[in-house]
Design a protein around this ligand. Structure first.
Ligand SMILES: Cc1cc2nc3c(=O)[nH]c(=O)nc-3n(C[C@H](O)[C@H](O)[C@H](O)COP(=O)(O)OP(=O)(O)OC[C@H]3O[C@@H](n4cnc5c(N)ncnc54)[C@H](O)[C@@H]3O)c2cc1C
Length: 215
């Protein structure tokens, strides 16, 4: 079963294979079980909770790649996926600052939902960068969990709404919005974003954990 989360992101609900276990934030290689696609595994992150009876994936489509994400988005309900073993991505090390761009929020969704359920999200904050407001995954839910500890930036849209900031997440932005750089930083997004955010964080004395999403 799948449904749209944004105009180019779908949530997939998948039967959980017996014995399948994961820690929030871990990834798994997913392939489509069809003759043409079964050998084309791509990494994705389960975004539900580990003890849910089903698995949830939140997947952005890249139509210009003519690849797996495009095929996944056109699957009919009841199609079969192949899941490989889970692997580590970003490990949660306690309250800190989550910094994501676009679909880079996905490993954090699992961690944030798990921490929120345990009532231990206090002390964490979120900086989430997107091109436009229409691209933001799970905005309402993230605002609910983080309240005024979340900042959403829309970098390619003129907006008069005070709900979104216009700036890129650079060194000046980080300095303006973060008061401690000795806390955990969790960063995930496309390569260019990662490079500039990690460089800025390191210059400010932080030691970020990061995961690069190739796209
Ligand atoms: C650990 C990890 C976890 C991830 N979890 C998620 C997740 O939960 N949700 C999510 O949405 N994403 C996630 N990603 C990103 C996701 O894996 C990629 O978006 C996905 O692999 C893209 O697959 P694809 O087959 O559509 O395209 P690709 O495998 O990127 O490309 C398919 C073909 O298109 C070509 N191509 C590549 N880039 C371009 C381009 N710009 N223009 C034209 N052609 C191009 C390639 O050369 C290749 O031949 C994760 C990534 C990692 C590393």
């Amino acid at each position: 079963m799948s449904e749209f989360v944004t105009h180019d992101v779908k949530r997939f609900i998948v039967t959980k294979p017996e014995g399948f276990e994961f820690t929030p934030g871990q990834g798994v290689e997913v392939a489509i079980n069809s003759p043409d696609w079964q050998d084309e595994g791509r990494p994705f992150t389960p975004t539900g909770l580990p003890d849910d009876r089903v698995l949830e994936f939140t997947i952005k489509k890249y139509p210009d790649h003519n690849g797996v994400t495009e095929q996944l988005h056109s699957l009919e309900s009841g199609s079969e996926l192949l899941l490989a073993d889970v692997f580590g991505t970003i490990k949660y090390k306690g309250p800190g600052v989550f910094i994501a761009a676009g679909a880079g929020i996905t490993p954090f969704l699992a961690i944030i939902r798990d921490q929120a359920r345990q009532g231990s999200l206090g002390g964490s904050s979120l900086l989430f960068s997107n091109k436009t407001a229409a691209d933001i995954i799970a905005e309402k839910e993230l605002r609910f969990h983080f309240g005024d500890q979340a900042i959403f930036t829309c970098t390619e849209e003129e907006t008069t709404s005070s709900q979104y900031q216009r700036q890129y997440i650079d060194k000046a932005f980080l300095q303006a919005h973060i008061d401690r750089f000795d806390q955990p930083f969790y960063v995930c997004g496309p390569p260019g974003f990662m490079e500039s955010v990690n460089d800025a964080l390191e210059a400010l004395g932080a030691d970020p954990d990061s995961l690069v999403f190739e796209n």
